[in-house]
Design a protein around this ligand. Structure first.
Ligand code: ZN
Ligand code: ZN
Length: 315
């Protein structure tokens, strides 16, 4: 039986697409190979399940992938038994840099698992989430050209990075508490404050202080939105008399008393871009947050750091 050659174009590099193809081939008992090239991803497969492969290629595509076209042609060459991820020819690939993406459900599970090695680790990422554009210095998208270059992978992270079955296969920003950056809380003079940075940040916010929290592409100046005095102080320091502030909540349930979130708004909130979504205000008022407006901008935590803070604030 003749093999099939799949030519996939779109945003398919640096998003876990080759492991996706590899996993499908394993599940469907297909032989062949997959690799990146200058046009996207190319895969040669052989086996009777190839029509199902063609369907699942799109239906189960990775979270950050965008498939523009799939061309299927007959493959004349012979394919050895088994399925392999083949290295691209040097210089053949110019992997584009994707946008930053909000933390994925699997990484949320990692940082919330007390038995896991990434428990409460605020820099957790994988191929389905995390910073990309923000941490890149140049193309192609490769760890050596990101701000993670200064943090060599530990042996366990390296095993994940090189295992096609792992969702951190070629995850350029992956790291762990042993090999990645450490969280710090600094005072206004730039001196590290003692104590657990997450717990200490929450203590300051609860005491009405303003904290700058590093996120994707910049800092959030944060205070307790329910504390009118803290909100007023933030306005004074920002010299922002009335322009509305947005409110971050752990989830749509914790925002329900503040904003009326419909199905469409919920889908937007959960998008990988993690936007601020404008919703009609609900019953609970937040003095000074969005004065004189019937609408409130709300958002969900987009980074592991924000998620951990809001998660632990909720108790
Ligand atoms: Zn992830
Ligand atoms: Zn590590």
């Amino acid at each position: 039986m003749a093999g099939r050659l799949f030519r996939i174009r779109g945003l398919v590099q640096g998003v876990g697409f080759r492991p996706h193809v590899w996993r499908l081939a394993q599940e469907l008992g297909l032989d062949g190979w997959v690799r990146n090239d200058g046009d996207g991803v190319i895969a040669a497969v052989n086996g009777e399940n190839w029509p199902k492969f063609a369907m699942l290629l799109r239906d189960e595509a990775p979270r950050l992938a965008r498939i523009d076209t799939v061309e299927i042609t007959e493959f004349a060459g012979t394919l050895p038994a088994g399925f392999a991820i083949v290295e691209s020819e040097a210089g053949a690939v110019r992997t584009a840099i994707g946008p930053d993406a909000a933390i994925c459900p699997a990484c949320i599970a990692d940082i919330c698992n007390p038995a896991g090695r990434r428990w409460r680790y605020a820099l957790t990422t994988c191929t389905h989430c995390g910073p990309r554009y923000t941490v890149s210095h140049g193309i192609p998208y490769d760890r050596a050209l990101t701000s993670m270059a200064a943090f060599p992978l530990c042996p366990i992270c390296n095993d994940e990075y090189t295992a096609p079955s792992d969702r951190r296969f070629h995850a350029e920003t992956t790291c762990c508490p042993d090999c990645g950056p450490q969280l710090r809380l600094l005072d206004v003079a730039g001196q590290s404050l003692a104590g657990d940075p997450l717990a200490e940040t929450l203590r300051l916010l609860r005491a009405g202080q303003i904290v700058a929290i590093k996120g994707l592409g910049g800092f959030h100046l944060a205070c307790d939105a329910r504390n009118a005095g803290a909100v007023a102080e933030l306005r004074r320091r920002k010299q922002r008399e009335a322009k509305p502030f947005a409110v971050m909540g752990l989830n749509s349930i914790s925002l329900a008393s503040l904003a009326r979130i419909g199905e469409d708004e919920l889908a937007l909130l959960r998008d990988v871009a993690a936007p601020i979504v404008l919703c009609p205000k609900a019953g609970q008022a937040l003095p000074g947050v969005a004065p004189g407006l019937a609408w409130l901008g709300v958002m969900l935590p987009a980074t592991p750091l924000h998620l951990l803070l809001w998660h632990e604030a909720a108790g």
